[in-house]
Design a protein around this ligand. Structure first.
Ligand SMILES: NC(=O)c1ccc[n+]([C@@H]2O[C@H](COP(=O)([O-])OP(=O)(O)OC[C@H]3O[C@@H](n4cnc5c(N)ncnc54)[C@H](O)[C@@H]3O)[C@@H](O)[C@H]2O)c1
Ligand SMILES: CC(C)CCC[C@@H](C)[C@H]1CC[C@H]2[C@@H]3[C@H](O)C=C4C[C@@H](O)CC[C@]4(C)[C@H]3CC[C@]12C
Length: 368
């Protein structure tokens, strides 16, 4: 990629660069990639915050575009050394049709791969998801698993199906010849549930708690553990992979890496309380207040209501059979593959990740 470590000669493209994770990747690159000459940010919706980035030493190019449009992707990719593909439709609530999820997540990823091949871009990093593995439709636990842990990865929901298909496309593209004759080098990062500044669902829970008089009611047993990862560390892992991919192509090309850090394993709700507690909320109950069968019933009812109301309005509550199954299944990751392959260590400690997230919830308080 670079002849000299200090010259600014690299062009990076971040798709989905205005999303929750994408913004952190963009900011991290500007802070921690000294060889950057130009940073292209490609997104369906460009954020106003991009303007403030345009005054720095790196050329920041904002590109409003759609990954489902092959020509728009190819134009954005042309001349880039590295593509970090984070753009995607993250919808487990039934807001978008399965067809649209497939089009954006699978066809969009295929377009990114083809654009790399056609224009000669050699390094592609794909933001995959833990959901590619599980939880599966049987709700089997994945306990402290790593990239080699056997697990029946069978899905029905459009989101995990699309992420699994897209990940496979990216991994299979490793080694394809790009314009100029050199091989494409790809790899996929699989974050677990990401938290941190900009996490919309955390904000939704916070506002729900405020509406309920400062209380949230426990729905899931505390014994169901989730692996969560701080957004700054996910961004840092993307930046490191992008940096190391050329020099360690033989080792890293075609590989998957879980994204992990030192955030504690806890139930989804107990973990959220690490942030929402200091913001004044209380989680009521040491055990779920409702029997599980009732939650299953309510989740099914929500699906029915969503279907009935569809012609009139979009009804997309947090609780549905899929989110209930995910929330109620232990899924924790314990691995050191990223450390062994490219020297990854979390940039932010758990304490720092927690403090930053609490600060964000407190300051974002007014903006529901
Ligand atoms: N949030 C999580 O917990 C989590 C966990 C694991 C993996 N991921 C993956 O990380 C990536 C980013 O997720 P996020 O949570 O930041 O989501 P997000 O919705 O905040 O960001 C996605 C971005 O992609 C953009 N986008 C959507 N459709 C597009 C299109 N057709 N063309 C161009 N841009 C488009 C959106 O405008 C948005 O800015 C996704 O690929 C997601 O699957 C997220
Ligand atoms: C039963 C209700 C009271 C609680 C509902 C919580 C539910 C909305 C949460 C629980 C777990 C969350 C998912 C998990 O953190 C991991 C991911 C992977 C990522 O790729 C996309 C987001 C997703 C699916 C989270 C969505 C929200 C979930 C289901």
């Amino acid at each position: 990629m670079a002849n000299s470590a200090q010259t600014q000669e690299l062009v990076y493209l971040v798709t989905g660069g205005c999303g929750f994770l994408g913004e952190h990747v963009v900011r991290m690159l500007l802070q921690r990639e000294p060889r950057l000459r130009e940073l292209r940010i490609f997104d369906l919706h460009l954020g106003p915050w991009l303007e403030e980035l345009k005054t720095g030493p790196v050329q920041v190019t904002a590109i409003q575009g759609d990954v489902t449009q092959a020509h728009e992707v190819a134009a954005a990719v042309a001349g880039a050394h590295v593509v970090i593909h984070t753009a995607g439709l993250v919808d487990v609530f039934g807001k978008t049709s399965p067809e649209t999820i497939h089009e954006v997540n699978v066809q969009g990823t295929q377009n990114v791969i083809e654009a790399c091949v056609q224009t000669g871009t050699r390094f592609l990093i794909y933001t995959s998801s833990m959901e590619v593995v599980g939880p599966n439709i049987k709700g089997q636990p994945f306990y402290r698993g790593n990239e080699n842990t056997p697990y029946e990865a069978v899905h029905r929901h459009p989101y995990p199906c699309s992420k699994a298909l897209a990940e496979r496309l990216v991994l299979e593209a490793n080694g394809r010849e790009v314009l100029g004759g050199l091989p494409l080098v790809t790899c996929a990062l699989r974050p677990t549930g990401i938290y941190g500044e900009g996490h919309q669902i955390m904000k939704d829970f916070y506002h729900q708690g405020l509406r309920l008089g400062g209380r949230l009611f426990r729905a899931i047993p505390a014994s169901v553990e989730h692996g969560r990862v701080y957004v700054g560390n996910v961004a840092w892992m993307h930046v490191l992979v992008a940096r190391e991919l050329e020099h360690r192509a033989a080792l890293m090309g075609g590989q998957v890496y879980f994204c992990y850090d030192n955030s504690p394993y806890k139930s989804y709700e107990d973990f959220n309380m690490e942030f929402l507690g200091p913001c004044g909320l209380r989680l009521v109950g040491t055990r779920p207040l409702m029997p599980y069968w009732l939650l299953v019933l309510l989740a099914a009812l929500n699906t029915l209501l969503q279907w009935l109301l569809r012609p009139l309005l979009l009804y997309a509550p947090l609780l549905n059979p899929y989110t209930l199954a995910v929330a109620n299944t232990t899924f924790t990751v314990s691995t050191d593959k990223a450390r062994r392959h490219f020297g990854y260590e979390p940039l932010f400690s758990w304490e720092e990740s927690r403090t930053r997230t609490i600060h964000w919830v407190q300051t974002a308080e007014g903006s529901a």
